[in-house]
Design a binder for this molecule. Structure first.
Ligand SMILES: Nc1nc(=O)c2c([nH]1)NC[C@@H]1CN(c3ccc(C(=O)N[C@@H](CCC(=O)O)C(=O)O)cc3)CN21
Ligand SMILES: CC(C)C(=O)C(=O)O
Ligand SMILES: [Mg+2]
Length: 273
């Protein structure tokens, strides 16, 4: 008798990520923070779901990702875990949970892994964090790197502007990407960097590079679901494509309900017992 569950057909694994790059099949990834949204994303066939620390902005209303706690990201990740059948589940390590003390970083990564069912963790940072990242990978946890615009370092750079504009920054980025691959990361997210630089990095690495604001010549794309759904018209940097205008659709639905309650149009006789 088999003690393991039969492997679901087509389940996305970190190994499949590598194969998709080899076969030049682009990888699609979106964020989710809750069960219902994650279910729809999985149902649509998206390859990977990121429980991003952007939950700090999108779910909690903070200005930066910095305040999000380990407990908070784990709550979102467990909710998303229950919804996914096919997509790979990647979870962000929140600010301060992986920051230069490898012993603590492994402990935090292990806590997230044990308590959420994540299949990989994403970590912002390059060379400075190599000891932490290597130890986490050695503990058996697949790691996705995150370079370029690293929102947890917003105060270090003083904003969310384009990264790697100077030759010196571009060289550091290329070096960091290579070091992350050598350290054993299975993939790297590259945020808000010039498209030509992103293309050069993607073609020089064996592991897939997932871009956000990094142009088309990378191995996949990631967006915040709420952004691509147009749920907040105030946040629309040019790298976001709005596939619908849910802000308008939802606001109209709420306003119509409000009107119907006030006018006693809702509920109707058919909607009552
Ligand atoms: N809803 C949402 N979407 C995201 O993509 C996202 C989050 N939240 N939270 C965490 C980080 C922060 N990110 C950001 C934030 C701002 C810009 C940005 O381009 N902002 C300005 C320009 C800022 C500047 O040039 O200094 C803009 O054009 O809106 C990009 C990515 C990406 N992540
Ligand atoms: C924007 C993506 C890459 C992210 O890290 C997040 O949503 O937290
Ligand atoms: Mg993030």
């Amino acid at each position: 008798m088999s003690i393991s569950k039969p492997q679901r057909v087509n389940k996305v694994t970190v190994q499949l990520f590598q194969k998709m790059k080899q076969h030049k099949e682009k990888i699609s990834m979106l964020t989710a923070y809750d069960f219902t949204m994650a279910k729809l994303i999985d149902q649509a066939g998206i390859d990977a779901v990121l429980v991003g620390d952007s939950a700090a902005n999108v779910m909690a209303g903070y200005d930066t990702t910095i305040p999000l706690t380990l407990e908070e990201i784990m709550y979102h990740a467990r909710s998303v875990r229950r919804a996914l059948k096919r997509a790979l589940l990647v979870v962000d390590m929140p600010f301060g949970s992986c920051s230069g003390n490898p012993y603590k970083s492994v402990e935090n990564a292990t806590t997230i892994f044990k308590n959420t069912g994540a299949e990989a963790l994403k970590i912002e940072g390059g060379e400075e964090l190599l000891p932490d990242i290597k130890k986490i990978i050695a503990a058996g946890i697949p790691v996705m790197g995150h370079l370029g615009l690293m929102p947890q370092s917003v105060h270090k750079y003083g904003g969310f502007g384009l990264r790697a504009k100077t030759d010196q920054e571009a060289e550091k980025l290329k070096r960091d990407a290579r070091l992350l691959e050598e350290a054993g990361c299975f993939s790297i997210t590259l945020e808000k960097v010039p498209a030509t630089l992103a293309a050069e990095i993607a073609s020089s690495l064996r592991i897939p590079v997932i871009g956000i604001g990094a142009g088309n010549e990378v191995d996949g794309q990631v967006l915040v679901s709420h952004d691509m759904l147009g749920m907040n018209q105030e946040f629309s940097p040019k790298f976001v494509r709005q596939y619908t205008n849910l802000e308008e659709i939802m606001t109209n639905a709420f306003a119509t309900y409000h009107r119907d309650v006030k006018s006693q149009d809702f509920p109707s006789a058919e909607e009552a017992y």
